[in-house]
Design a protein around this ligand. Structure first.
Ligand code: GLV
Ligand code: MN
Ligand code: MN
Length: 411
């Protein structure tokens, strides 16, 4: 019997997970290591156990569920993603990669298929980086890119310490860090951008992923009376924050190509209608597929900040939050993804990922690639995030075919 994705089972699991942490607004909110993240993890682990998988948890809270292969001496193939969300998340970002991985296992179980290599479904901690920067933190620690003690000491936007939160929710595990080292890693994800939807493709074979530069900028000015202080005597941290936001937007427009720039978070102190802001803290997210261009963008921003500090009479300090170079995925796996999509008669194209993903970390230690499915209207990090059920199922079927090929690979 040929294994096949069970549409109803996949969609039901996606719905059930999306209901955990759902807000009155309809958004899905499971910020990393909160009670709602714990509830989501508990549900996924229960599904893993019900499928007969051996579940282990490492010291950064990554969850691994193994379906044993015929040859335990061979490295397993790994798939998976994350289930933490941004505060205003949708139902599919991350969740699809994990639950499609479980559906692949269920399909293999139903068809009584033994594979040569084992298959691991992974759930990585704090992919979003929205509560604890950097993003992809769990997978970064897994591949040795960030020492465990530094990661455990990270402070969240609400002041909590990562290691404390991990223990509090019961996911500070003891499995050896960095194991199992996979033979290959394949992650299914929604595109989160407009390309596949606009061009009418069903499957993206992702061959590269753009570099990411995040920093937090703190501005100290002087608070004063909004009515009495002449414009020429102001040291306005709020104005400086707004000027930075306008500058990076113009920078990205002028640089063109794949350069994007975002100020996603601004906090003003004291944040009152009639008080000039004494302090502003904002984040800047710069991304480019070309490392040299990304460095240019960073340098131009640094030059602007120096000028601004001078002209507005404010202090400006920067703290890096995340910095990852662009990544090239494995061309052989991308070609397999295309071949499987062709077998299913699904229109496909090669593409770049604009978003960060756990796969970019796994690419440091094993051959890796990603499968994208369309995001309607290119909307993501938004409760309106939507992928048509047929596309969710198509992506899971391409994942199944690709993983099966890799699980039977000798070398
Ligand atoms: C992760 O979702 C990112 O790309 O910011
Ligand atoms: Mn994601
Ligand atoms: Mn995301």
């Amino acid at each position: 019997m040929n294994p096949a994705i069970d549409r109803r089972r996949l969609l039901d699991r996606l719905d059930a997970l999306a209901a955990i942490g759902r807000q009155p607004s309809g958004a899905c909110c499971r910020l990393a290591l909160t009670d709602d993240d714990r509830a989501g993890r508990d549900q996924v682990v229960a599904w893993m156990r019900a499928l007969g998988l051996a579940v282990s948890i490492d010291p950064i809270g990554n969850i691994f569920a193994l379906r044993a292969g015929r040859r335990p001496e061979l490295a397993p193939v790994m798939t998976g993603s994350h289930i933490d969300t941004v505060r205003t998340g949708g139902a599919y970002d991350g969740n699809l990669g994990v639950l499609a991985g479980l559906e692949v296992v269920a399909a293999l179980n139903d068809a009584a298929i033994d594979t040569e290599r084992g298959l691991v479904v992974a759930v990585f901690t704090d992919e979003e980086g929205a509560r604890f920067a950097p993003d992809m933190l769990g997978s970064l620690v897994f591949v040795g890119g960030l020492p465990l003690d530094q990661a455990l000491a990270m402070r969240s936007i609400d002041g909590a310490i990562l290691g404390d939160e991990l223990r509090r929710i019961g996911y500070a595990g003891t499995a050896p860090l960095g194991e199992p080292l996979p033979h290959a890693f394949v992650e299914l994800h929604i595109e989160q951008g407009p390309v596949l939807d606009a061009e009418g493709f069903r499957i993206g074979a992702v061959e590269d992923l753009q570099g990411i530069s995040w920093q937090e900028i703190r501005i100290r000015g002087q608070s004063n009376h909004a009515g009495t202080t002449p414009m020429r005597l102001r040291h306005d941290a709020g104005h400086a924050a707004a000027a930075i936001s306008c500058f990076v937007r113009e920078l990205a427009r002028e640089m063109g190509g794949s350069q994007v720039a975002t100020v996603g978070k601004v906090d003003l102190v004291p944040n009152l209608v009639n008080v000039i802001a004494a302090q502003a803290t904002l984040t800047v997210d710069l991304r480019n597929t070309d490392e040299a261009r990304l460095q240019q963008a960073e340098a131009r921003l640094a030059g602007f900040l120096a000028q601004l500090a001078e002209s507005e009479g404010v202090d400006i300090a920067c703290r890096p939050l995340a910095r990852f170079e662009p990544v090239r995925f494995d061309g052989g796996i991308a070609a397999r993804i295309e071949a499987v999509a062709d077998r299913h008669g699904l229109a496909r194209r090669r593409m770049t990922s604009g978003a960060g993903h756990d796969a970019q970390m796994l690419a440091r230690v094993c051959p890796t690639a990603m499968i994208f499915v369309p995001s309607v209207g290119g909307i993501s990090h938004n409760p309106a995030e939507h992928t048509e059920p047929d596309d969710l199922v198509a992506g899971a079927n391409v994942l199944l075919g690709t993983l099966l090929d890799l699980c039977h690979e000798e070398n």
